[in-house]
Design a binder for this molecule. Structure first.
Ligand code: PMP
Length: 436
């Protein structure tokens, strides 16, 4: 193992990797400081190269649902790897993974496996355009759907963290195909359809927004969206890459159904949890639309490593472990932690709001957002400096939060009462640090 420090490793990485990282938010760009170079992860903990152990609230940005390096997931990966790393031919486990997804999500009649969430949303959009013969796409400000050209307008995640309106390198004619509307705004949505009659192929929405902080759809909003799409002949694409099999066993669709909104989108995208930490994502939905994909249909999509046997083994093992007890644990951990953060910030007199979506939650700091955050315009008014102080106080106390105010906090089933108790102990000092 290397004897270099985090600082030395970051300095070296920056000489050969842009910003020293392979994905922007990892760079601590908005909270400041040196990212920790991790060498090990187990259960609820990660260990950095200097041997410091942290309670992890990033969970690899979602995949580590059952805890890092769960022995059964690792065993499944080892077994699959020993049989061969990649065949470029169909394998039995691919359909098993899709069946496992379909069993939990009624909207999925068929699905195709890809390797990243970006590919899944990209393919969903191409399918929607192929199915409708229309070009325009509607997305919501602050929603993140990966980094493909048409989806980087007013996007959340790293673009929100670094306050970027979009990306250089996206041709204007492509950007012009994406119409951006504020989230939770029925009038704006109706207006965009009225302004482009018969031209909108699809609306893509995070099932619950979690890349601008957590912003759940207002009651009735997703139903309104689904009905408007149907009436206008546009498809509804629900992006559950982040929420899928995490917000609840059946994703955020289940949370909505339990709240009396049984919305059935035309297409759904998944990622993160379905790979259990290895690269698997999926696009699924109505069989008639999915069958438009090659080789049965005219919409092309492919992937050398799609349905990779080792990655699929990790995903299947993870989903099979994710039983009611796992979701009960996630729910209890989210409840306990979100209430404790709320109380600690109240106690320290720090204006804030904690927002939930199923087992997901995040905290927005600042008086301007304390009344609640329904959309990106409001999320952008949060006090990111206060979050940065809070983040570093927690990190110093051995708790690793997402290094951006615009991200959800991720718990795992390994976040037991003892782990939550240790996080709670660190909160009062961090809350006071946020206040300064
Ligand atoms: N959609 C959503 C809702 C996401 O949260 C993400 C990633 N954070 C993506 C799509 C893109 O997934 P990936 O990073 O695997 O390309």
């Amino acid at each position: 193992m290397t004897t270099l420090t985090n600082d030395e490793l970051f300095a070296r990485a920056r000489t050969v990797i842009p910003g020293g990282v392979d994905s922007p938010v990892r760079a601590y760009g908005s909270v400041g400081g040196t990212p920790r170079f991790l060498v090990e992860a187990s259960g609820a903990f990660v260990t950095d190269v200097e041997g410091r152990r942290y309670i992890d609230l990033v969970a690899s940005w979602g995949p580590a649902l059952v805890g890092h390096a769960h022995p059964e997931v690792v065993a499944a990966v080892q077994e699959a790897a020993a049989r061969g790393l990649s065949f470029g031919a169909p394998t039995p486990a691919e359909a098993e993974l899709v069946q496992e997804i379909a069993r939990r999500v009624p909207a999925v009649e068929k699905a195709r496996l890809v390797s990243t969430g970006t590919e899944a949303t990209m393919t969903a959009i191409r399918l929607a355009r192929g199915a409708t013969g229309r070009d325009l796409l509607v997305k919501f400000a602050g929603h993140y759907h990966g980094h493909s050209d048409g989806l980087l307008a007013a996007a959340g995640s790293g673009l929100a963290t670094f306050a970027l309106p979009g990306s250089a390198g996206v041709p204007a004619p492509i950007a012009a195909q994406t119409l951006v509307v504020p989230y939770n705004d029925r009038d704006a949505l109706a207006a965009v359809f009225a302004a482009h009659p018969g031209r909108i192929a699809a609306v893509i929405t995070e099932a619950a927004a979690a890349n601008m902080g957590v912003v759940a759809p207002a009651s009735g909003f997703t139903t309104f969206l689904a009905e408007l799409c149907r009436a206008e002949g546009a498809l509804l694409i629900s992006d559950e890459v982040l929420t899928g099999f995490r917000a609840a066993a059946g994703g955020y669709a289940q949370v909505l159904a339990e709240a009396g909104e049984p919305v059935v989108p035309d297409l759904v995208t998944f990622g993160k949890v379905i790979g259990g930490g290895l690269p698997v994502a999926a696009v699924g939905g109505r069989a008639d639309i999915m069958d438009l994909l090659a080789p049965t249909g005219p919409v092309y999509q492919a992937g050398t490593l799609s349905g990779n046997p080792v990655a699929v083994a990790a995903g299947l093992a993870t989903l099979r472990l994710a039983d009611d007890a796992v979701y009960a644990r996630l729910s209890a951990a989210s409840d306990a932690l979100s209430h404790a953060v709320d109380a600690a910030l109240d106690e320290a007199g720090v204006p804030h709001v904690v927002q939930r979506a199923g087992t997901l939650f995040s905290v927005f700091f600042g008086a301007e957002v304390a009344g609640g955050v329904p959309d990106y315009g409001t999320a952008q008014r949060q006090d990111t400096a206060a979050y940065g102080r809070f983040f570093h106080a927690m990190l110093d106390a051995g708790v690793s939060l997402p290094p951006s105010a615009f991200e959800a906090w991720f718990v795992t089933a390994a976040h037991d009462e003892d782990v939550i108790g240790r996080i709670v102990e660190a909160l009062p000092a961090a809350a006071r640090a946020a206040r300064q």
